[in-house]
Design a protein around this ligand. Structure first.
Ligand code: PLP
Length: 427
């Protein structure tokens, strides 16, 4: 059943779209004009031009934005121009690439300002994986040292440490924590109990991918620091979802992907390394001394010749700046509650998300007692044109994950609710 596009009023921004020039529109045409989060969070007239900035196929409702979020028309336009430049632009690809490398410095300034961290600690990497793994493999460890993480951390980051452990004889240990995630003090205590004299590195997520649990990262980092443990934060799901700054977290290392909640181009992410640690961490791909020190965390960016997707990131940051981190975070929770509240009425549903305000974010997940979750996912897709995330986890499925984005319309949430109601009533 296709989802009909809502009939919205013609505003200045939509007028640009109708005139065929939406790709040239900057997202700064959206402004809060001094209005508060409470005034705007549910004001659908305000959100229509935001939704319309994303030229997505509305014949299906996408609730898997936590994997990769679509880009706005302004970002897509920049991506196309970027690829055209480096594959045959007027100066020829090599010179265009040099220009893009120079232009990255202005992007770095904008990213540092938006994330709230020192510019010299920022490496613009293609994604969370390349950023975090550079630190995971680059941090100096000796046989007998121990690396600690949880069994709800991302499987590939776990695999990276498992490989390091096999190759170098460093110890690697995971500990469990309950689902839905616990209160702040329980989580801090659990981490503290797990740290031993041998522990040198602690990896945790800022937002757990399967359940949306937000651990008390700032407090855990402070506790770990007091014990001389380096903290690595997998922030894949935080920027563009939570209202925070990286420096406030006080972690040593942080990595994320802009192609998730930020709506940046596919292949844009970052690694942050506290400036006083940069020297101690080897890059995955070393820079020849002949080229000199690239400066700060730039040494982690060397990965051979490739498109520099970050060139197309600024319009995504502009849109987030225009909306404000506080409003984006509130709107995403508002959309989450639009499907989670009605679902909580079902006896068959068990949430794997802790919905406490401090411990949750835009992600929500649930299991349906007595039902195969993959069947439900496929039924939503095939019968209702609704896409949700795959239920995967380390030991067991953490649930069907639902992730709306800032482009999501209330009509799309209604389509999800209709689909779930129909499936659950037949269960
Ligand atoms: C918690 C977490 N970490 C890391 C990643 C990897 O992100 P990317 O593929 O953008 O590197 C993901 C992807 O979904 C994730 O959920």
């Amino acid at each position: 059943m296709p989802i009909s596009r809502r009939d919205f009023s013609i505003g200045a921004f939509v007028g640009l779209a109708a005139a065929g020039s939406i790709a040239g529109a900057t997202d700064t045409t959206i402004s809060r004009a001094g209005r508060s989060v409470d005034e705007l969070v549910g004001d659908e007239d305000f959100w229509r031009p935001v939704q319309d900035a994303f030229p997505v196929d509305r014949s299906y409702a996408n609730f898997n934005n936590g994997s990769t979020h679509p880009c706005s028309a302004a970002v897509i336009e920049k991506i196309c121009a970027m690829y055209k430049d480096i594959n045959g632009g007027k100066k020829g690809p090599p010179l265009q690439l040099v220009e893009h490398r120079k232009a990255l410095e202005s992007v770095r300034t904008q990213v540092a300002e938006w994330l709230g961290c020192e510019q010299e600690g920022l490496a613009l990497t293609p994604n969370t994986t390349t950023g975090l793994m550079a630190a995971q493999f680059g941090v100096r460890l000796s046989p007998g040292d121990e690396i600690l993480t949880t069994n709800q951390d991302y499987l590939e980051m776990i695999a990276a440490f498992q490989q390091r452990s096999q190759r170098e004889g460093v110890a690697f240990r995971m500990f469990d924590f309950p689902t839905p995630g616990p209160d702040a003090q329980t989580f801090i205590d659990l981490c503290e109990q797990q740290i031993t004299a041998k522990t040198k590195v602690l990896l945790l997520c800022h937002v757990y991918a399967d359940t949306g649990y937000v651990p008390p990262v700032k407090e855990v980092c402070a506790m770990a620091r007091s014990k001389g443990v380096i903290t690595m934060v997998d922030g894949a799901h935080a920027p563009g979802n939570l209202d925070f700054t990286v420096s406030d977290l006080g972690c040593d290392i942080y990595a994320s992907s802009f192609h998730k909640w930020t709506g940046g181009p596919l292949g844009s992410g970052f690694l942050y390394v506290k400036p006083d640690l940069i020297e101690q961490i080897y890059p995955l791909f070393p820079v020849h001394p002949m080229f000199g020190d690239p400066g700060g965390a730039r040494k982690f960016e060397k990965m051979g010749t490739r498109p520099l997707s970050h060139i197309a990131l600024p319009p995504a940051l502009e849109l987030h700046r225009a909306l404000g981190k506080d409003l984006v975070a509130a709107r995403l929770r508002y959309l989450r509650d639009m499907w989670a509240r009605p679902l909580s009425a079902s006896r068959l549903v068990e949430f794997t998300t802790n919905f406490d305000k401090e411990r949750s974010s835009a992600l929500g997940s649930f299991v349906v007692r007595g039902r195969d979750l993959t069947d439900i996912k496929l039924e939503l897709q095939d019968r209702f044109n609704v896409i949700v995330g795959y239920p995967i986890g380390w030991d067991w499925p953490y649930g069907i994950r639902v992730t709306a984005g800032i482009h999501t319309t209330p009509e799309e949430v209604a389509a999800l609710n209709d689909g779930l109601r129909s499936i659950l009533s037949a269960a």
